[in-house]
Design a protein around this ligand. Structure first.
Ligand code: AMP
Ligand code: FE
Ligand code: FE
Ligand code: ZN
Length: 293
């Protein structure tokens, strides 16, 4: 069983439609894929139809933009009811922050003498519910200002670069509670990814585990091998599920091919058991995982 629990479609900042993404996952030899677009469940229905068509397992998820102790934390939520009000309200506020940021980023680029308009960004973000810096990057590529997304981030869009603009992120603990109330389970994405300085540390993760965090993403391209082993040990110590995933964004992110990191079947099994328990407690109409027989 090859299981990839973190991927993005054009519903956020991937470059494939949910249908194309699920078909690509099957073609890459995956048995189970999770669609985890940033801050939205918009891609779920299309992914579900494609998964049923090609006969691959699908776990409906999302990657929520949160903040904890001044640091940005991406929280993967699996199988929550996205209409649960505390979750839905959190997502709406995050998506509004994404939309309202675009004019500020464009203005900063204009101030640098770069010709780019909000319409350019809207043209590339198209059917995305979660417009973001990757779409600004794509618009800069189209204008011939940069060669690819990475160059756009390095020169303009990363924190500390001249066109960086912060945006709203929801309090992490509120979102852990909201995901549980929505009958889902939460897993911190790439906890020690770039610039994280190995925070959240083990003590913080212990507090979050008490709060209801189900797991951490251990095997991820942004973690060096030594960090992966330390995170795996922390997961074991704290009884957290340890996942592995590609964080695939289509052609939008290099070295994140589907299935480049995978989750062991027993870890998915534990996650699904925790999700079933959360669903029973919540009394919400949570999505069921579509799994192969
Ligand atoms: P935003 O959602 O606007 O905060 O932008 C963050 C997103 O940009 C993340 O989801 C990453 O997938 C993407 N990203 C960050 N750095 C890069 C990079 N160097 N190349 C491509 N995508 C990137
Ligand atoms: Fe992304
Ligand atoms: Fe992320
Ligand atoms: Zn991601």
């Amino acid at each position: 069983m090859r299981i990839d629990l973190h991927t993005h479609s054009r519903a956020s900042d991937g470059t494939q439609s949910p249908d194309e993404l699920v078909r690509a996952a099957a073609a890459a030899g995956l048995d189970v894929v999770a669609l985890t677009d940033h801050d939205t469940a918009e891609g779920w229905a299309e992914a579900e139809r494609a998964a049923a068509d090609v006969g691959i397992g699908l776990v409906r998820g999302m990657e929520i933009s949160t903040r904890h102790e001044g640091q940005s934390v991406h929280l993967l939520a699996y199988l929550p009811d996205p209409t649960y009000p505390p979750l839905a309200e959190g997502l709406t506020r995050i998506l509004e922050g994404r939309v309202s940021r675009v004019p500020d980023v464009v203005a900063r680029l204009n101030a640098l003498g770069i010709e780019i308009t909000e319409a350019d960004v809207a043209a590339v973000s198209g059917d995305s519910a979660a417009s973001g810096r990757p779409h600004v990057a794509d618009a800069l590529v189209q204008r011939g200002v940069v060669g690819d997304r990475t160059e756009a981030f390095t020169r303009f869009l990363n924190p500390g670069r001249p066109a960086y603009v912060d945006r709203y992120a929801a309090p992490l603990t509120d979102m852990i509670d909201a995901v549980a109330g929505a009958g889902g389970v939460s897993v911190i994405a790439h906890p020690w990814g770039r610039r994280s300085d190995e925070r959240p540390d083990a003590a913080t993760l212990a507090v979050l585990a008490e709060r209801g965090l189900a797991g951490i993403e251990v095997d991820h391209q942004d973690h060096a091998p030594a960090a992966r082993e330390r995170l795996r040990a922390i997961a074991t110590d704290l009884g957290l599920v340890a996942t592995g995933s590609s964080d695939h964004h289509g052609t939008g992110k290099v070295d994140h091919d589907l299935g480049c990191h995978t989750t062991p079947p027993e870890q998915l099994h534990r996650l699904l058991e925790l999700a079933a328990a959360a669903a029973a407690r919540s009394g919400r109409a949570t999505p069921q995982p579509l799994l192969l027989p």
